[in-house]
Design a protein around this ligand. Structure first.
Ligand code: ZN
Length: 136
């Protein structure tokens, strides 16, 4: 992996952004950056935070959303850790060549015009890891 990877966001699976938002925005005081639907991933995403690293709330938009499956199995909570990379395709290829499997296609559209890849928890020690290239 290229040097300089830094935390981009932590993602939390929620049943409802409407219900979860008051805690993160009002109780903790994190500014809401925006809410957006990502149809290809069947999720609605709320981005919060004031610094470089964000908090992302993920709500399923369909029963067959990956977030629905996660909520059914484990309930609401931490879903994935996302690291910023300059070139998500190159980083994915390099990591996959070192033996860590990806989930789905590399360098696919994510929230806010980004390109993303997901690393399988089998290869990371149990944590779903997302790689994010902004403004892909
Ligand atoms: Zn994410």
């Amino acid at each position: 992996m290229e040097p300089g990877g830094e935390l981009h966001h932590l993602a939390i699976a929620v049943n409802s952004i409407t219900q979860a938002l008051p805690f993160w925005r009002d109780t903790l005081g994190l500014p809401l950056i925006g809410i957006e639907e990502v149809p290809t991933e069947k999720v609605r995403v709320a981005m919060l935070g004031a610094g470089a690293a964000r908090i992302e709330l993920l709500e399923p938009t369909a029963p067959d959303s990956p977030i629905s499956a996660f909520l059914d199995k484990r309930g609401p909570g931490l879903h994935h850790v996302a690291l910023r990379v300059r070139d998500v395709k190159a980083a994915s290829d390099s990591i996959s060549a070192k033996g860590c499997p990806l989930i789905g296609a590399a360098a696919r559209p994510g929230a806010h015009g980004s390109l993303v890849s997901f690393l399988h928890p089998k290869g990371t020690g149990g944590v779903l890891v997302e790689l994010v290239q902004e403004h892909g």
